[in-house]
Design a protein around this ligand. Sequence first.
Ligand SMILES: *[C@@H]1O[C@H](CO)[C@@H](O)[C@H](O)[C@H]1NC(C)=O
Ligand SMILES: *[C@@H]1O[C@H](CO)[C@@H](O)[C@H](O)[C@H]1NC(C)=O
Ligand SMILES: *[C@@H]1O[C@H](CO)[C@@H](O)[C@H](O)[C@H]1NC(C)=O
Ligand SMILES: *[C@@H]1O[C@H](CO)[C@@H](O)[C@H](O)[C@H]1NC(C)=O
Ligand SMILES: *[C@@H]1O[C@H](CO)[C@@H](O)[C@H](O)[C@H]1NC(C)=O
Ligand SMILES: *[C@@H]1O[C@H](CO)[C@@H](O)[C@H](O)[C@H]1NC(C)=O
Ligand SMILES: *[C@@H]1O[C@H](CO)[C@@H](O)[C@H](O)[C@H]1NC(C)=O
Length: 510
Amino acid sequence: MKPFSLFFSFLVVAIVLATTSYSIDAFTRNDFPEDFLSGAATSAYQWEGAVDEDGRTPSVWDTFTHSHSRDNGDIACDGYHKYKEDVKLMADMGLEAFRFSISWSRLIPNGRGPINQKGLLFYKNFIKELRNHGIEPHVTLYHYDLPRSLEDEYGGWINRKIIEDFTAFADVCFREFGEDVKLWTTINEATIFAICAYGEGISPPGHCSPNKYINCSTGNSSTEPYIAGHNMLLAHASASKLYKLKYKSKERGSVGFSIFAFGLSPDTNSKDDEIATQRAKAFLFGWMLKPLVFGDYPDEMKRTLGLRLPVFSEEESEQVKGSSDFIGIIHYITFYVTNQPAPSIFPSMNDGFFKDMGAYLIPIGNFSFSEWEAIPWGLEGVLEYLKQSYNNPPIYILENGKPMIHDSMLQDTPRVVYIQAYIGVVLNAVKNGSDTRGYFVWSMIDVYELMAGYRTSFGMYYVNFSDPGRNRSPKLSASWYTAFLNGTIDVASQDSMIQLQRNLSGFSLL
Ligand SMILES: *[C@@H]1O[C@H](CO)[C@@H](O)[C@H](O)[C@H]1NC(C)=O
Ligand SMILES: *[C@@H]1O[C@H](CO)[C@@H](O)[C@H](O)[C@H]1NC(C)=O
Ligand SMILES: *[C@@H]1O[C@H](CO)[C@@H](O)[C@H](O)[C@H]1NC(C)=O
Ligand SMILES: *[C@@H]1O[C@H](CO)[C@@H](O)[C@H](O)[C@H]1NC(C)=O
Ligand SMILES: *[C@@H]1O[C@H](CO)[C@@H](O)[C@H](O)[C@H]1NC(C)=O
Ligand SMILES: *[C@@H]1O[C@H](CO)[C@@H](O)[C@H](O)[C@H]1NC(C)=O
Ligand SMILES: *[C@@H]1O[C@H](CO)[C@@H](O)[C@H](O)[C@H]1NC(C)=O
């Protein structure tokens, strides 16, 4: 891109920032605590490609994308081959941390048993490359991609056998990578994973009750999400216990769990909407966080679900309670909540989780699942709520970002506005006592998006998916994040944006 168009884009940013309605005080990276980690993220299936190379076997995502004739991650960003180039981009950007996930079926092709040496070597090399560039790896063990063999053998997460296999997989990762990896998330956005995979049928293995919107080969939306969620908590707790017993004294790392965290706010100030909001929070947060922090499910869920909600034995409750050293949150969108027994926010189902929750989520502003507005107060509310209701746990914001049509390419001004506003409220929350320790932009570069394929993307680097070389180019957001991480400017101010534009055009970064 020419310096002229660069200038133009920064002018647009400056104007948008000046007219934006969020009141964000001036800030720089240096206003955050020194050990706060600012990074960016991807995940294995969405970034690596090389799905049948060097001994990797299919995960449930491979099967799902191919059987549903959707875009797929066969090549994705080709990160498996281009990891050195990407680490260089991260280093140029000044990323302090990088979050990624390990493909279970690349490391242990049959889900259990022998380790694939080539897979092991890939992750060792990649992690070393990050460390050599001073980038802290944050590893997610499970990001939606169960080895297909375990799904076929016993049904994956709805079977308690998963606990033992997941723990053995975690053991390999802790043992092999633990010297360089100090931050582990066991399961990615467990809440929405359980709902979408076992209730709504929209992500693999694609289970749901018979209904008129979507054909699932099997499932029961009113029981399976809770069974899968229960097994996720137990598998997490088991891996976390193993880490404490076997590795923690030497490696000194932390093991956390992550949930999808919607911003929620009552639609009106009526008592009904207030109570509905409490109920929505109990279902969407308490479902997993109450057991992790206090040892049992929320009363609201027990009352509504009765026998459909699994029960923790006393020993399990003890093991789950306190098993998460931090809470990882995935945050993108905020809803108003109203007290209507309304259908799912997903079009597919009328029974299952959202019906049980008994509250209707109303999108704010111009919303679709592939495009949404910045509602930064939603995240601030989530952080305050976690602080006040769950004993102020350590928090990492593991994903936050804005999707745009992939073809919009380098001119991602709305993304800059979005990220800037959200980082601003994270700072507010930290200043007000939230123990938030890190923030990761989703995504470091354009990746295969699990729901939208290649149509929309969140990347700070553009990837040309039509190009066999999968060329990367920085978007405006990459330049902005670079300047933020550099800590020398107040990236929220209009003046500095114009200055940034002048300096960057000199470097012809774009
Ligand atoms: C789901 O399971 C519940 C509880 O076992 C049962 O009552 C219900 O009929 C099942 N629904 C379907 C669609 O199989
Ligand atoms: C589900 O499958 C049946 C039988 O193959 C078909 O008639 C129906 O249109 C499908 N429904 C949806 C929503 O795809
Ligand atoms: C809402 O978003 C759609 C899709 O991006 C866009 O076409 C439309 O113009 C937007 N509407 C408003 C009022 O912003
Ligand atoms: C700041 O924290 C206090 C104490 O937890 C709380 O009462 C207050 O609402 C918080 N302020 C904001 C803006 O969230
Ligand atoms: C993407 O790559 C294709 C094939 O190399 C090329 O024709 C196209 O111009 C590239 N698009 C962009 C936006 O760079
Ligand atoms: C980063 O900050 C240093 C001063 O600490 C400055 O010399 C350098 O130009 C900055 N780099 C960018 C890309 O803004
Ligand atoms: C631009 O460069 C000047 C001189 O090198 C430096 O003082 C200033 O901080 C830079 N501004 C930004 C926004 O990078």
